[in-house]
Design a protein around this ligand. Structure first.
Ligand code: GUN
Ligand code: ZN
Length: 431
């Protein structure tokens, strides 16, 4: 017999994608209900969980959610988050590259990996996809820290062989060799999954993109993550570096780096051909709203792309993004959608931060929803975590109106508990 545990509270459940069909048909909050955990997995939800006898933790009045899934972060940028006054290329050169240089030191990488994952858990994030640095040690550091917390993490060595400083460049061959060795070491090891990670077209030569495309061809089960069309200056630079490419996406496509298991961060200023090709292959796009406003990149067309059937996830983009919190990120997504003339429903905000991101990471069969058989990665939200939120909730007219103020104004104080693989990592019942 395994160990069972019951969590009582309001439970967020999905039966579909609230961007594809109406949210009323796809997302429900089961009020005063329960989730049953058995051997690290979700064993029952709702009435079936209520009917089972097990030791329990009472989260009455709180919202039991799938753990948040942050689909695009740079854990090596933890220490430089919220650095002032630069746009993308200057920001990379001024703040990011000097900090990433430090990750050749395995002890420093381990220290930041621990710090970053602790911050992620504090903010209710149980899974994430991270870029490392060019140093293989930086990949080992994150996967080791994730294994110590039983967290499902996607990561890869960031590859760059040009337009980066001395000490932060590899080569086409060493990027291929190092990525291959890391992929073999980590992909499928416990909850670790490897993503082949060319940083973006400006910092890779065509030869490096081709080498990484060839590697992906050899390991088609691997994920691939990169950046696309974040700022207009960047796009102009890509055009000058790759004069034969039809557009930014084509720089990847020509080198074997477009596919269903590809995860493309930002994707703000896409051309119609790029949108069509991404939809055709079923690739994943990642919306990074705090980063897109903080670095001044632009307004991602979430509603247009998600309602057209593109796979979209949500991410902090730590540390181009200005917060570790997926709650703050949901709020920023709401604000950006408003600037584009649409209002995201709270059910859509939560779905994007959980199931939507899990789908983009190709891990929806393991995480992102409270459904029987999935890993018990769970975040419990206190829906009245500050006086400002509590007074607003006191006058709420229904359950969604009770949840929305926490999505807009909540921070780590709203994270009442975090369970990872059925073990309590944060909150009162951890003891
Ligand atoms: N494009 C290439 N590298 C980066 C990065 O580290 N952060 C962001 N926001 N965009 C990038
Ligand atoms: Zn990024």
């Amino acid at each position: 017999m395994g160990t069972s545990h019951k969590l009582r509270g309001h439970v967020l459940v999905y039966s579909g994608n609230p961007f594809a069909t109406s949210w009323q048909e796809t997302v429900t909050i089961l009020e005063n209900s329960a989730v049953l955990i058995e051997d690290g997995r979700i064993a029952a939800v709702g009435d079936a969980a209520m009917a089972m006898e097990a030791p329990e933790t009472d989260y009455s009045g709180h919202l039991i959610c799938p753990g948040f899934v942050d689909a695009h972060v740079h854990y090596p940028q933890t220490a430089i988050i919220a650095s002032w006054g630069k746009r993308l290329i200057d920001w990379l050169n001024t703040y990011t590259f000097p900090e990433e240089m430090r990750f050749g030191d395995a002890d420093y990488a381990a220290c930041i990996a621990d710090r970053y994952l602790d911050l992620a858990l504090d903010h209710g994030t149980t899974s994430l996809a991270s870029y490392a640095t060019i140093h293989p040690e930086s990949v080992d550091a994150l996967f080791n820290a994730a294994a110590a917390r039983n967290m499902a993490v996607v990561a890869g060595k960031t590859c760059m062989d040009r337009n980066a400083p001395e000490g932060l460049r590899d080569s086409a061959q060493s990027a291929y060799d190092d990525s291959k060795a890391l992929l073999e070491r980590w992909d499928g090891q416990g909850r670790a999954r490897y993503a082949i990670t060319p940083r973006f077209s400006p910092t890779s030569s065509p030869e490096q993109l081709a080498a990484l495309g060839a590697l992906w061809g050899e390991y088609p089960q691997a994920l691939m993550q990169t950046h696309i069309s974040e700022q207009l200056d960047e796009i102009a630079w890509v055009r000058s570096l790759y004069p034969d490419a039809r557009d930014y996406l084509d720089t990847y496509e020509q080198h074997g780096l477009l596919g269903e298991r590809g995860i493309y961060g930002h994707a703000i200023h896409l051309e119609p051909r790029e949108i069509d090709r991404l939809a055709e292959v079923g690739a994943g796009l990642v919306h990074c709203p705090t980063s897109n406003t903080f670095i001044g990149s632009g307004l991602f067309d979430l509603m247009g792309l998600a309602q057209a059937g593109q796979h979209v996830g949500l991410a902090t983009d730590t540390g181009g993004g200005s917060s570790f919190s997926m709650l703050r990120t949901m709020a920023a997504a709401y604000e950006v959608a408003q600037l584009r003339g649409t209002a995201l429903h709270p059910s859509q905000m939560l779905w994007l931060a959980t199931a939507g991101s899990a789908q983009v990471l190709h891990r929806a069969d393991e995480l992102g929803s409270l459904a029987t058989g999935l890993a018990a990665d769970i975040t419990v939200l206190d829906l009245a975590s500050t006086p400002a939120i509590a007074q607003r909730v006191a006058g709420a007219k229904d359950m969604w109106d009770t949840v929305f103020p926490t999505l807009m104004m909540g921070d780590d104080r709203a994270i009442a508990a975090v369970w990872v693989g059925g073990t309590c990592q944060r909150g009162a019942s951890c003891g």
